[in-house]
Design a binder for this molecule. Structure first.
Ligand SMILES: Cc1cc2nc3c(=O)[nH]c(=O)nc-3n(C[C@H](O)[C@H](O)[C@H](O)COP(=O)(O)OP(=O)(O)OC[C@H]3O[C@@H](n4cnc5c(N)ncnc54)[C@H](O)[C@@H]3O)c2cc1C
Length: 480
């Protein structure tokens, strides 16, 4: 029987992030992946600002930024635009790059940290007991099944998750949109400017994302009157026709590359944890690709889960694993809501409703505060975890990423994946094993979790239960 601290089922972006982070924390981790190589279809096209911050904490952002195109706005209905340039992030834009680039970077990261990746292996059985989980996996090309034993299993095996089925979890929800067509297209008269562009009529919608500066775009199109099953081939004439109608002019479709037709579900598991098994990414939630949330949410689930598993494997209280569900499930629910709201707004048919939408959207997005709240939520940079039981300060559960530090950006200082103590301005270094930095803006001292969120805020001089030592002890089971 093969052994690992954690076995990750599924080597997509979610699985590779969990595996890389666990290996970085010194745990033995094996990824079992059915595909012989990275999924070659480009799928998710936008890497959001919060994900870029997290990728920077793993030394991956620079390399990916060099392979993409940056967009500062999403152009929606009737001239309404969502402005990303004011986001409180070092990355106030969306990075447009095919998912294959992100998948490759994360696979390289996982391997470099020491994770074992076994491709062409499919998980077919799972049993858990009080001490661990036993998995059965078989080679895709035939051959004898192998048994794996691990303390914990992460099911990052996508929408049709086998792990979810094997632990008997439902995936409640429904299909909400059929026959959405994705295509990589070269346009001679595509939208100018750096934004993402949405066009719609009562019958069709089209969404264009500029990949590079040589006229290639990712298009997403839908036609109310052309509803076909997922496996119906994509006819480029259909994409051309819908794009021209949605954008209101001939976009000059000259060439097409990868295409795919799919349907969108809105589903979420009721609990992200089943004993020693955790679900993350598409295995835990499914929604429309409107708003580009899928891959980003999966990576952020993974980042939240991995350090908690690593701590528990190192002796921390098992109860901290429940915070994975309590923190990430509400975020997943919000993602379903906001991508669903956007999809419903785009596909509205009744004339009065469309009239109202076209009037309201520019007005709401014209209000700076409203626009910033929406942009902050889609981009992930303003999401916070409600974590009341773990500390009283308002900053607990918020990202610490934008704190100005004498030593440089937090994302770079946290590349070893540990907790960090940020001292108040002007305070001398403290005797502790913990990594520390000094803030040069105004504000309290912070204890920052390995995922960059605030675990505690206050004065470094505070003692007893309200001190940073105590907050660290609560999470890690160890005094500083
Ligand atoms: C056609 C299409 C278009 C999309 N477009 C967008 C988009 O425009 N924007 C966006 O944000 N998102 C988009 N997505 C979603 C995005 O690709 C996913 O959200 C993202 O890949 C989720 O990552 P994941 O790691 O959770 O799951 P996945 O990427 O699905 O990875 C799961 C992995 O598990 C493996 N696996 C499954 N079962 C087993 C098993 N039993 N044993 C071993 N391995 C197994 C699979 O081979 C796969 O590699 C799209 C998805 C599809 C399919």
């Amino acid at each position: 029987m093969e052994q690992a601290d954690v076995v990750v089922v599924g080597g997509g972006p979610t699985g590779m992030t969990v595996a890389g982070d666990l290996a970085r924390a010194g745990r033995t981790v094996t990824v079992l992946e059915r595909r012989p190589q990275i999924n070659p279809s480009s799928r998710a096209f936008v890497t959001m600002p919060r994900t870029l911050e997290l990728l920077d904490s793993r030394g991956l952002a620079e390399g990916l930024l060099a392979k993409g195109n940056l967009v500062g706005a999403v152009h929606l209905f009737n001239g309404a635009a969502l402005d990303l340039t004011r986001l409180p992030s070092r990355y106030p834009y969306g990075l447009i790059t095919p998912q294959t680039n992100v998948d490759q970077a994360l696979e390289d990261y996982a391997r470099a940290q020491g994770a074992t990746l076994l491709r062409g292996v499919e998980v077919i059985g799972l049993e858990q007991d009080a001490d661990g989980v036993t998995l059965t996996a078989r080679p895709k090309d035939g051959g004898e099944p192998t048994t794996w034993r691990a303390s914990y299993v992460v099911g990052a095996d996508g929408t049709h998750s086998t792990v979810r089925d094997l632990v008997g979890m439902d995936f409640p929800g429904k299909s909400v949109l059929r026959s959405v067509v994705l295509a990589d297209v070269r346009l001679e008269h595509g939208p100018t400017g750096d934004g993402l562009t949405l066009g719609s009529t009562p019958e069709v919608f089209g969404f264009l994302v500029p990949y590079r500066h040589d006229g290639w775009y990712r298009s997403m199109t839908w036609d109310r009157r052309r509803q076909l099953p997922d496996d119906a081939p994509v006819d480029i004439a259909e994409v051309r026709d819908v794009l021209n109608r949605a954008m209101g002019h001939d976009v000059g479709l000259a060439e097409a590359g990868w295409t795919s037709r799919f349907h969108c579900d809105e589903r979420q598991v009721a609990n992200y944890r089943a004993g020693r098994v955790f679900l993350a990414g598409d295995a835990a939630h499914a929604h429309s690709p409107m708003g580009g949330q899928g891959m980003n949410t999966g990576i952020q689930d993974a980042v939240n889960l991995a350090w908690k598993l690593a701590l528990v494997l190192d002796g921390a209280d098992e109860g901290i694993l429940d915070t994975y569900h309590s923190e990430r499930h509400p975020i997943g629910r919000r993602v379903l809501f906001q991508s669903g709201a956007m999809m419903r707004a785009v596909t509205l048919k009744p004339k009065p409703a469309r009239w109202l939408r076209n009037r309201l959207a520019p007005r709401v997005l014209g209000i700076r505060r409203a626009s910033d709240v929406i942009a902050g939520s889609f981009s992930g940079v303003t999401l916070r975890y409600k974590n009341g039981s773990r500390g009283g300060h308002d900053l607990v559960g918020t990202p610490a990423t934008q704190t100005a530090l004498a030593e440089g950006p937090l994302t770079r200082l946290q590349r070893d994946g540990g907790f960090m103590l940020i001292r108040e301005p002007g305070t001398p270094a403290i005797l502790t094993d913990l990594a520390q930095a000094q803030r040069i803006d105004h504000g309290p001292a912070l204890l920052v979790r390995p995922d960059g969120y605030v675990a505690w805020a206050g004065s470094t001089l505070t003692e007893g239960e309200a001190s940073w030592h105590h907050a660290l002890l609560r999470w890690t089971g160890k005094a500083s």
